[in-house]
Design a protein around this ligand. Structure first.
Ligand SMILES: *Cc1c(COP(=O)(O)O)cnc(C)c1O
Ligand SMILES: [Zn+2]
Length: 452
């Protein structure tokens, strides 16, 4: 059979993102174009996907959702034909990821002057971040390769905490050895304990993410260990379902704006790719605008945006509370730039103070945000204030991880212990004597102070 063939069904293959010639099967160990060294992308056989009408696709997706009919209950595998058509049912490694809820942020939207604000809670998933969406695809393909007799001794990644958690969990589910390289003392306890609990070989290195990435790339290249970072475009195929889900959740209506935090920039590229696939297949008839949000201390894309994307320079990323996006040399920057150009995108940055306050403000309306979502929310506030995003427009903010992974950051904000941060919205616990009168007096003192 030809590359990417699955007898009669949909087909997909790797090709160069920059357009060099050549096609490679999704089960081949290849991460970069042999001609130009650029990233690869997964290309689907769109002609074959067009054999079904948009209406047929929509019906098919909706029928599959939340069923136990393996593997279609997964938000990712429910769109299998457009994601990864080369893995057998038995080899799919899924925890029924995806299908995360949209939180209707009525109160927060009201405070920001927006009438139609929604938060896509991608952290409501097995390992607590959107990284599950990509990892189910990557680990499934590796599982297929191993079952087909290919030599893949282990999977490995460098991580700012969430990629490693997802890789460790999916690899453990499939019984595949996993190795994770983490920057020492730069991930939260919750993030560190996840790969440890799931049995991954967990290595803490005295460097930052970019330093870990360099080493794991060398190990993948020289020692035959399969690379699970988002340089591997299989991850992008799973993650691209986030945009597909959003439009499906709005009954195939496209919001005006999607705001998403960016670090290594795989996720913003994935968001764009899924929406473009739907657009090309006629499932949606227009595209949203995309705003990519960066931390001011790790902002190579923002700097590039200021030059109209004419220069793309890596920087040395400084420590930020948004630790999962402390990346100075984002591997997917070219893909992200292409996405932003296609989606009439903007890039904006948020300071440490702005992101911390945005988290606290949104939490007061019932959310429980991670600092990266805080970056997106702070950027949203700025874009609204500047009139770029308008009052009546429908806006979806991608929340990338669950706040419970970042309780240290959140607790320290409320205890006023974050260095250099004014905790204007702190709400620390009040220690009270265990006596009826003292408790009653304190309650009424607080109600008076806060609500009168
Ligand atoms: C990975 C991650 C990001 C950034 O995604 P990229 O694809 O690296 O841009 C944002 N937030 C959280 C919580 C993450 O884990
Ligand atoms: Zn190329």
């Amino acid at each position: 059979m030809a590359v990417g063939e699955t007898s009669g069904g949909p087909r997909a293959w790797f090709e160069c993102f920059r357009g060099c010639s050549g096609r490679w099967p999704l089960t081949e160990v290849i991460y970069r174009c042999p001609q130009c060294g650029g990233l690869l992308t997964v290309q689907h056989d769109m002609e074959r996907l067009r054999e079904r009408t948009p209406e047929e696709w929509k019906k098919r997706f909706q029928e599959r959702e939340h069923t136990t009919n393996w593997p279609y209950g997964s938000g990712v595998w429910g769109k299998r034909e457009m994601v990864c058509p080369v893995v057998d049912d038995d080899n799919i490694v899924s925890m029924y990821e995806g299908n995360t809820n949209l939180f209707w942020a009525k109160r927060l939207g009201g405070q920001l002057g927006l009438e139609d604000l929604w938060i896509k809670l991608c952290g409501n998933t097995h390992t607590g971040s959107f990284k599950d969406l990509g990892m189910t695809v990557l680990v499934s393909v590796v599982n297929q390769m191993r079952k087909d007799g290919q030599e893949v001794p282990a999977v490995a990644c460098a991580s700012t905490g969430d990629t490693s958690a997802a890789l460790a969990a999916y690899a453990a589910y499939a019984g595949i050895p996993a190795i994770v390289l983490l920057p020492k003392d730069k991930v939260s306890i919750a993030q560190l304990v996840q790969p440890i609990a799931n049995g991954a070989i967990t290595l803490a290195l005295e460097t930052d993410f970019d330093g870990c990435m360099e080493i794991v790339a060398a190990i993948a290249e020289k020692d035959g260990i399969y690379l699970a970072n988002s340089m591997n475009s299989l991850r992008v195929e799973g993650q691209k379902t986030v945009g597909m889900e959003i439009v499906e959740q709005f009954d195939w209506q496209v919001p005006e704006w999607i705001v998403i935090p960016g670090g290594n920039l795989g996720n913003v590229s994935a968001l764009g790719k899924g929406l473009l696939d739907f657009y090309e297949l006629g499932i949606i008839d227009r595209l949203p605008r995309i705003a990519c949000a960066q931390a001011e201390r790790a902002n190579p894309l923002y700097r590039s945006y200021l030059t109209h994307f004419e220069s793309l320079e890596p920087i040395h990323a400084l420590p930020t509370l948004a630790s999962a996006i402390q990346i100075g040399n984002p591997v997917s920057i070219e893909k992200a730039v292409a996405t932003l150009k296609r989606f009439d995108g903007v890039v904006e940055e948020a300071t440490e103070q702005e992101l911390a306050d945005a988290v606290a403000r949104a939490d007061r309306t019932g959310l429980f945000n991670c600092p990266h979502t805080g970056v997106a929310l702070a950027v949203l506030e700025k874009l609204v204030a500047r009139g770029v995003i308008r009052k009546q427009e429908r806006v979806v903010v991608i929340s990338t991880a669950h706040g419970l992974k970042f309780t240290g950051f959140k607790a320290r904000y409320h205890q006023r212990q974050l260095e250099g941060i004014q905790s204007a919205l702190a709400n620390p616990e009040i220690v009270v004597k265990a006596s009826y009168e003292k408790v009653r007096d304190e309650i009424f003192r607080q109600i008076d102070a806060r609500f009168r």
